[in-house]
Design a protein around this ligand. Structure first.
Ligand SMILES: C[S@@+](CC[C@H](N)C(=O)[O-])C[C@H]1O[C@@H](n2cnc3c(N)ncnc32)[C@H](O)[C@@H]1O
Length: 265
């Protein structure tokens, strides 16, 4: 039995994949979060569905293509989106330790609901990070400004006793001795990070690297309830953290598994 299964059984169900420092589970994160031990996770990164697959068009590699990513990303009305966000954020709060923190990424399609849901479910927002993309796809309809940013909210439990971890000095050092600001600029995910398979909304590794270095220590346990291609897990393992990931699409968990194996080797 691995160190992970011996000492830290955090999710009471059979993993899809496990190693000594990581576990992946195939299934609905609502169910899996309810099977996770309360207050057992040090940090959560979540990149939930943005609900932007609305039959519009976008540009990819110079070609006009549908914006539709997948059925899990299809539009819902604001009530349905908000109810969805409140439910998974409520479950995340239960599994997070008292001093733990949560990072959630989104766009205008879901981030206002996420911000409100965080406050309604007992979180306090610490930062509003703007990820500025240096190479966004052009706006083909020419009816509004080119969308070139995403938002990442960072929050902690809204509880007087909660003290979130922030490696201020390290962030300053990584920013040439100046305080790190809340606008992070960089490119879309590089093809070299997609060698294990393609996911329609894969995040670049440099974002996760900064997030993990800023708010976690080595050996801490990180959970990603919508892990997709496993970006959070691959970076977590490379940085000596431990990882649990959930996704309800087996094809994506296979990519995650390959990336975790590569990161551990
Ligand atoms: C925006 S993507 C995450 C991408 C990921 N950050 C990456 O870098 O690859 C959202 C993921 O959530 C998964 N998903 C959607 N609804 C889910 C649910 N209820 N339970 C578990 N996974 C879900 C989708 O299959 C998709 O892979």
């Amino acid at each position: 039995m691995s160190e992970f299964t011996d000492k830290i059984v955090r999710v009471r169900t059979r993993p899809y994949y496990q190693s000594s420092r990581a576990q992946l589970y195939l299934g609905d994160c609502f169910h899996l979060l309810s099977r996770t031990l309360p207050e057992s996770i040090d940090m959560i990164f979540a990149d939930p569905p943005y609900f932007l697959s609305n039959d519009g068009i976008t540009c990819q590699g110079g070609k006009m293509v549908s914006v539709n990513k997948a059925s899990w990303d299809q539009g819902a009305n604001w009530r349905q989106k908000h109810e969805f966000n409140r439910r998974w954020i409520r479950r995340c709060r239960k599994v997070l330790t008292g001093n733990g923190s949560i990072w959630i990424s989104g766009t205008l399609h879901n981030i206002y609901s996420i911000g409100m849901a965080l406050e309604q479910e007992g979180f306090k927002i610490i930062n509003n990070i703007t990820w500025q993309k240096t190479n966004p796809p052009p706006n083909l309809a020419c009816r509004c400004f080119t969308h070139s940013t995403e938002t990442i909210l960072w929050a902690q439990k809204n509880d007087k006793k909660s003290k979130h971890l922030f490696h201020y000095d390290l962030m300053k050092e990584m920013n040439q001795g100046k305080q790190m600001k809340d606008v992070w600029t960089g490119s879309l995910t590089k093809p070299s990070e997609k060698t294990e398979g393609k996911h329609p909304t894969q995040k670049p590794e440099y974002l996760l690297e900064r997030i993990l270095l800023a708010s976690t220590d080595e050996n801490m346990l990180i959970l990603d309830p919508f892990c997709g291609s496993g970006t959070t897990g691959a970076v977590a393992l490379r940085l000596g953290r431990r990882f649990i990931g959930f996704d309800n699409v087996e094809e994506y968990l296979e990519i995650s598994k390959k990336r975790l194996i590569k990161a551990e080797s």
